[in-house]
Design a protein around this ligand. Structure first.
Ligand code: SF4
Length: 463
């Protein structure tokens, strides 16, 4: 499915003039579509360019090379990826254009045939991006390096040394997914689960702590599966326990996680870790058992409800957020009502709603009962309203309380106001006094009032 047939690809370049690539400092513009893992990988690729003497420029500026890190989660992701390729070409028709990521992994032939594309990499080999761009340029031919990923078992280590944020750092600890939800192509684009070595994770976390990072956010495609592919009985909880002991790191967050990860044992062990933030994003996708079955999600609403109850019992002030898809094939009014009522009953602190978009090549795209766009729109609108109500209810519970807020930077470019998060992920905006720089500080803050979706805080004292 995802290995390119080189015989059928025209590898010559269409009279490109690469002259401007030499004789001055080279520039590169990058664009990322999709998830946090892609954002992480773009940042890692940017470091490779900088290390090789390139200047980073905005994607909309003139550059010698452009990299588009694509997404293929929906057909819309493919379309946007193509639009960005055209946009790069309009900026500089002689630029070297590299397309990497999930879309080029799934559809390498299609991507390589788009006018202006010179380098096609899949979800692997991103660490060698500079090499492939320069090779395309010097050899004046297309470079296509899209490897089979389904059998790949090696984690590609893309380390980031200089993070954009001064205070918190994402750490990709896992790639791939073995779950095969019926609407998702990611397992075909990213391959099977591969885990970063625990030894390397610890080395990087210690380095982050040494460089004054206080918060680390563990991310991956399916982090609940961390460790299944490596020896030594490793799993995500064990990694969390090890990071919890690293001096200097004050908060550990985990990205979106499969609810099946939480068992009595994992909840009990996590509840003992002081640094793991009481905020879990448990992807639900539907609150109706029939729909969940068609999605092949591997849990029921009852199981999900029990997991949430156990987390709330074990962890004080825990915030549970989620994703939900509306308009999945076959979703009747009755099924949608079940989802709506389930969301209301669970009382999520945040719901991200997505309108189902058929993804060619998935089982769901071929299912009967595709739902009309206007119905999806209407259902999505109802959940957005519900989300506003539930979010408000959750945040209001904390009004008047003093909580530790980790300030990340200025709010909306305003000099006096800073924004930060409580450990359970409430965004707080507070005013500084005497021009004090709050970035990177944990400050005890009273959550005073709520207005326009923000919580305004009053700083009480330094920790
Ligand atoms: S768990 Fe399901 S939705 Fe998430 S990446 Fe794997 S197959 Fe896709």
């Amino acid at each position: 499915m995802n290995v390119i047939d080189r015989e059928k690809v025209d590898l010559s370049l269409d009279n490109k003039e690469f002259l401007q690539f030499y004789g001055h400092k080279k520039t590169v513009g990058m664009f990322t579509l999709g998830c946090r893992v892609n954002q992480y990988e773009t940042e890692a690729m940017a470091e490779k360019f900088i290390a090789q003497g390139y200047d980073m420029v905005n994607f909309d500026d003139y550059a010698d090379a452009y990299v588009i890190n694509t997404c293929t989660v929906t057909n819309m992701g493919d379309k946007k990826s193509r639009q960005m390729i055209h946009r790069a070409r309009r900026r500089n028709e002689n630029a070297v254009i590299a397309v990497v990521g999930c879309y080029s992994q799934i559809s390498p032939q299609k991507v390589s045939s788009i006018e202006g594309v010179d380098v096609v990499l899949g979800t692997r080999n991103k660490g060698d991006i500079v090499y492939w761009i320069e090779k395309a340029c010097s050899e004046r031919r297309k470079m296509i390096e899209v490897n089979e990923v389904l059998k790949n078992r090696v984690f590609e280590d893309l380390k980031i040394d200089k993070y954009q944020h001064r205070t918190r750092a994402f750490l990709k600890i896992q790639d791939g997914c073995n779950r095969f939800c019926s609407y998702c192509l990611i397992p075909f684009a990213r391959g099977a689960v591969c885990s970063k070595s625990p030894h390397k994770i610890m080395e990087e976390v210690k380095e982050l702590a040494h460089n004054n990072f206080k918060e680390v956010i563990l991310s991956g495609i399916h982090i609940a599966s961390y460790g299944v592919d490596i020896s030594g009985d490793w799993n995500l909880v064990r990694v969390l326990e090890d990071i919890d002991r690293v001096e200097g790191i004050e908060r550990i967050r985990i990205g979106s996680i499969d609810p099946n990860f939480f068992t009595e044992d994992t909840i009990s062990r996590i509840s003992k870790l002081k640094k793991v933030c009481p905020h879990f994003h448990l992807s639900l996708q539907s609150g109706c058992d029939e729909t969940l079955k068609r999605m092949n999600r591997g849990y029921t609403t009852l199981k999900y409800k029990e997991i949430v109850a156990a987390l709330r019992d074990a962890i004080k002030n825990v915030s549970i957020t989620t994703d939900v898809i509306v308009g999945f094939p076959g979703e009747t009014e009755e099924e949608f009502s079940k989802t709506y009522n389930f969301l209301d009953k669970i009382k999520f602190s945040k719901i991200h709603v997505f309108k189902y978009s058929p993804r060619k090549g998935t089982r769901a795209a071929a299912m009967r009962g595709q739902v009309d766009g206007s119905i999806k729109e209407e259902r999505s609108g109802k959940i957005i309203e519900l989300d506003k109500k539930l979010e408000r209810q959750f945040m209001n519970k904390f009004l008047g309380k003093n909580m530790d807020v980790f300030y990340e930077g200025k709010f909306d470019g305003n000099c006096d106001w800073y924004e930060g998060y409580t450990s359970n992920y409430i965004k707080v905006v507070s005013r500084t006094e005497n021009d004090e720089d709050l970035e990177g500080k944990f400050l005890c803050t009273e959550l005073e009032s709520s207005e326009n979706g923000y919580i305004y805080g009053k700083i009480k004292s330094f920790r």
